[in-house]
Design a protein around this ligand. Structure first.
Ligand code: GDP
Length: 304
């Protein structure tokens, strides 16, 4: 992830090294190179525009520093703008005043929701919470079973819509809205402090998927709706994020498959385009391949 962007930025900065002071022409040339590097990394055009205008404004107005040469000053500006475009401050989960806190997961099929559900539940359990998972993805035949397996690995109970699975509630129907409601009722009864509801995805954004997710959201009024996006899908990430933001609405983003060789565009566009923070990152298929997303650390990683 970010390898090619990192290389490109490094070589851009190398060209500035040793300059006594930066002329406007130097700054323009640098901005052009950064723009090309970001576009090649699949960063969305509005995010690139925003980024470049901030960098230029700050570079032109930068005070002469005794400690830093002009090249270092530009690196510092780019670092802080990367941090800003990645969301600024680390955003933590909002917990309900009266438990359980309800977290709903949405996204396309294959985005990594079910995998993330297991990882997030393990992370929360490690922090001393008592999470429960709810299998409301009734679209994909295997999704319920897969969530049960992930729950078992995480040591977290799963509420699933068929008899015989860790549920004392009445056998739920095949209606995802009802399953979500029943799951939350069960979690409340059993005093779990967090419920994670896994919902169905489709291969492409469609009206039916949006309606279903939107109905579930209206029925369960979650404290957080996390949109899980595959970082590997490049430019499509932005359009998908916008569709979900308008169709269901979400409170935070989870970037999955950050271990792949994605060019990083999704990470660098999604906050700018949706106005929603990236909260977690999924970095592999194993339960522990999971990170709380820290914009400052990610910015430093890009400029490594
Ligand atoms: P869902 O349809 O959104 O629930 O997606 P799944 O959780 O079933 O994930 C789809 C595929 O992506 C599975 O084969 C997962 O093992 C894989 N996967 C999920 N998250 C990651 C990740 O962070 N890195 C990698 N390399 N694979 C992942």
């Amino acid at each position: 992830m970010f390898n090619s962007l990192t290389d490109r930025l490094t070589s851009t900065f190398r060209n500035l090294k040793g300059k006594g002071r930066l002329s406007e022409a130097d700054i323009d040339a640098t901005a052009r190179e950064i723009r090309r590097a970001l576009l090649d990394a699949d960063v969305a055009v509005p995010a690139v525009r925003d980024f470049i205008s901030h960098v230029k404004e700050r570079a032109l107005g930068a005070e002469v520093s005794e400690a830093l040469n002009p090249g270092q000053q530009v690196v510092k500006i780019v670092n802080s703008e990367l941090e800003r475009i990645l969301g600024g401050e680390t955003r933590r989960l909002t917990l309900a005043k009266t438990p359980p806190t309800v977290i709903m997961l949405v996204g396309l099929q294959g985005a990594g929701k079910t995998t993330l559900a297991g990882k997030l539940s393990k992370h929360l359990k490690d922090q001393g919470h008592t999470p429960m998972l709810v299998a409301a993805d009734l679209q994909r035949p295997n999704a319920v079973r897969q969530l049960e397996i992930n729950g078992e690995r995480a040591g977290v109970p799963v509420f699933a819509p068929h008899p015989g699975v860790s549920s004392e509630a009445e056998a739920p129907t095949g209606d995802p809205v009802q399953v979500s409601r029943d799951g939350i009722a069960e979690a409340t009864r059993k005093q779990h402090d967090i419920v994670i509801v896994d919902t169905a995805g489709r291969t492409g954004v469609d009206a039916e998927l949006m309606q279903q997710a939107s109905d579930i959201r209206a029925a369960i009024n979650p404290d957080e709706v996390l949109f899980v996006i595959d970082a590997m899908i490049g430019q499509d990430a932005v359009a998908t994020a916008q569709a979900f933001n308008e169709g269901v609405g979400f409170t935070g983003v989870v970037l999955s498959k950050l271990d792949g060789d994605a060019r990083g565009g999704a990470a660098l566009s999604v906050v700018n385009v949706t106005g929603k923070p990236i909260m977690f990152a999924s970095t592999g298929e194993q339960l522990n391949d999971f990170e709380v997303f820290h914009p400052d650390r990610m910015a430093s990683r890009i400029l490594d």
